[in-house]
Design a protein around this ligand. Structure first.
Ligand code: HEM
Length: 229
């Protein structure tokens, strides 16, 4: 099978003790909301997850309230209502079948865990989103599909999504294609691994304790075995 491995990028969060860049996570959410959410769900992410991560509680409430949520009322009748912190991010299609029907037969996968689900992780997502090219001679690309060397097989049912200045960032960062790809990949990694920073903080604490524990154990061992000398 035709597979091109993504190149490795210097992600700010890739070091053993580095945290996410939360300004980037926040911009990545803007990309997800304005571009990707038209076709992809993130059904494991709730608005409450944003609180104290890249939004205040007030901001997250306002963000949720902008969304229209399908629900049922007390009598079991379908209604729509503004979102609350306890809601999931809205899904664009009611089910996979509807998603496939709207996208030439390929359902857009849920993106909640995508940053960890695919080989190459963040590097793969960045490479995929920034690598739409003319197909090389001999590669047949059907109507509604696109050539992308990073997608296994080389032909993907997702057309190019990111364009320079395709959106405008609230924080004024210039929204080049690569900036958007970096930010949305960072947002997706945070979504897939929200405990990432806590994990690395514990790794640092435990790494810092190892010399002391080692010293005590070595001293103790020598003490216990000293009568053999
Ligand atoms: C697949 C990301 C926007 C339609 C995918 C995949 C990723 C992804 C990571 C999985 C590739 C794989 O299976 O390895 C994104 C991101 C977006 C975005 C980050 C926003 C920047 C969209 C939009 C549409 C769309 C707006 C619809 C117009 C699809 C479809 C697939 C797909 C149909 C399945 C492709 C296939 O299996 O051939 N997307 N996507 N995506 N996406 Fe998107």
């Amino acid at each position: 099978e035709h597979v091109v491995h993504p190149y490795h990028l210097a992600w700010p969060h890739s070091g053993p003790f580095s945290s996410f860049d939360y300004a980037s996570v926040r911009r990545g959410y803007e990309v997800y909301k304005q571009v990707c959410a038209a076709c992809h769900s993130m059904k494991f992410i709730h608005y409450r997850h944003f609180v104290d991560v890249f939004m205040t509680e007030e901001e997250a409430k306002a963000e949720a309230a902008e969304a229209t949520i399908n629900d049922i009322d007390d009598k079991g009748q379908p209604i729509t209502r503004p979102g609350a912190l306890t809601d999931r991010l809205p899904s664009p299609y009611p089910n996979k079948k509807a998603g496939a029907a709207a996208n030439n037969g390929a359902a857009p996968p849920d993106l909640s865990l995508m940053a960890l689900a695919r080989h190459g992780g963040d590097d793969y997502i960045f490479a995929l989103l920034t690598s739409y090219f003319e197909p090389p001679a001999g590669v047949k690309v059907d109507e509604g599909k696109a050539y992308n060397p990073y997608f296994p097989g080389g032909v993907i049912s997702m057309p190019q999504q990111l364009f320079d200045e395709g959106i405008e960032y609230k924080d004024g960062t210039s929204a080049t294609q690569s900036q958007q790809a970096k930010d949305v990949a960072t947002f997706m990694h945070w979504a897939a691994e929200p405990f990432h920073d806590t994990r690395k903080k514990w790794a640092l604490k435990i790494a810092a304790l190892i010399p002391f524990v080692a010293a005590v154990l070595i001293y103790g061992k020598r003490h216990v075995w000293s009568f053999y000398k």
